[in-house]
Write a protein of this length. Structure first.
Length: 72
């Protein structure tokens, strides 16, 4: 009985430690994002306004798709 109590107590401590570590990493990540900004991690092409009728210049079809793209 005592062995089971020690095992349960140690598992509770391990779970609390894991939760504490996850929360700490979440808080540190949120603080870093707030300090340096979310736009630093995003790609600059995401801020370009959308034009649904024009393919962006950075999207280039591979050579083996050129025949199919010419038909389109």
């Amino acid at each position: 009985m005592l062995d089971t109590c020690i095992w349960v107590y140690s598992m509770i401590l391990i779970i609390i430690g894991v939760i504490y570590g996850l929360l700490l990493s979440l808080v540190l990540t949120a603080r870093e994002q707030a300090a340096f900004g979310l736009m630093e991690l995003s790609h600059p092409d995401n801020s370009i306004p959308v034009n649904r009728f024009v393919t962006p210049l950075h999207i280039v079809p591979e050579w083996y798709f050129l025949a199919y793209c010419a038909v389109l």
